[in-house]
Design a protein around this ligand. Structure first.
Ligand SMILES: [Zn+2]
Length: 343
């Protein structure tokens, strides 16, 4: 009864989205605002305000935060966020002190994958990989009902697998990373190049955005493609093919039953996923002699991060309470064991 409702907050580079989420993954009330990018204190203030507002009408005990960034394996500290001022930010404890709620912090991709596994496209799947195509590629692997975080919490950075040695420069400092070929950014790069070369495709794109090149994004390309624009379809086809190759690599390594593809670019649906499926089948190791994973579109859209963060916080609290009841109190708990392992 007491743990029925949970708040989820999805902190992205531009927007903070929050909501009260029930046991079935439904959002009962939502709030959103621009992300304060000035300082960690400003983000903390925003979180405090949002939580206070949502608690006016709902009784909640847990709060999950999905953040765009690297979160450590204890789900308490944001190690680094490319868009925000967080560097080794002890976010969980700060929010817990402020709100008196039980708080969990995770990477936004893990939160989105969790939501798809619990309530969306991947229910009851014992091994699934979720790929969120936006500016880059967010990735997460859920195995046996747990997100696989890796030893340091950084697992799932599939967008930075190198697929073209010496290829396009990536913001991470390497060259040829998958996300330079199979993300929204790849579509934008292609579109802007067409504009700069003065191609007809470029002109059609510009018409869509009243001549403002900055507004040309993946959604504009998807819109044109859905109307049958051959160049936009070709561009999506190329991005989809690279995605399929990336997915074949992931299948070779992890052998999941299902790949869930989300993010703005997944709006293109079959125009992106069909070429991905074809490239996947062409590239998959052992093809013809093994069962093949399905590649499907995510179900929960933009709400996945918020819903997943809320539900994860609730579920992990329940699990840790259960474990505490079962385990005799010795040897300093999980943190003690973690630090002991490295000593
Ligand atoms: Zn990279």
């Amino acid at each position: 009864m007491a743990e029925r409702l949970s708040i989820g907050i999805d902190i992205g580079g531009t927007r903070v989205k929050a909501g009260v989420v029930d046991l079935d993954g439904h959002v009962l009330e939502r709030v959103s605002r621009d992300t304060p990018t000035t300082s960690p204190a400003a983000v903390l203030d925003a979180i405090g305000d949002i939580v206070a507002k949502l608690r006016q009408n709902h009784h909640v005990t847990t709060l999950g935060i999905g953040a765009a960034g690297f979160v450590d394996a204890t789900q308490s500290t944001v190690l680094f966020s490319p868009h925000l001022a967080w560097r080794h930010e002890p976010l969980r404890d700060a929010v817990q002190r402020r709100t008196r709620l039980s708080v969990l912090v995770d990477n936004d991709a893990n939160a989105a994958a969790w939501a798809e596994w619990r309530f969306g496209a991947a229910q009851n799947e014992e091994a699934m990989i979720c790929l969120t195509l936006g500016t880059g590629i967010g990735g997460s692997l859920v195995i046996d009902g747990r997100p696989h975080r890796g030893r340091f919490g950084i697992a799932g950075e599939f967008g930075h697998m190198i697929v073209v040695p010496g290829g396009r420069a990536c913001e991470c400092g390497n060259h040829g990373c998958l996300e330079q070929y199979a993300s929204g950014n790849a579509l934008i790069r292609d579109a802007r190049a067409a504009v700069e070369r003065g191609e007809d495709y470029g002109k059609r794109l510009l018409e869509r955005v009243d001549g403002d090149l900055e507004q040309v994004n993946g959604l504009v390309v998807c819109g044109l493609a859905r109307e049958g624009d051959e160049d936009a379809i070709r561009s999506l086809d190329e991005v989809g093919s690279w995605l399929g190759i990336g997915i074949a690599n992931l299948a070779a390594a992890f052998d999941p039953g299902l790949f869930v593809v989300g993010g703005g670019v997944s709006d293109a649906d079959g125009l992106l996923l069909e070429p991905a499926r074809e490239a996947f089948r062409r590239t998959l190791t052992g093809r013809g002699f093994r069962p093949e994973a399905l590649i499907v579109r995510a179900h929960l859209g933009n709400d996945a991060g918020m819903i997943g963060a809320a539900d994860m916080a609730r579920t992990m609290r329940r699990r840790s309470r259960r474990n505490r009841r079962r385990r005799p109190r010795t040897e300093g708990g999980a943190l003690g064991r973690l630090s002991g392992r490295r000593a």
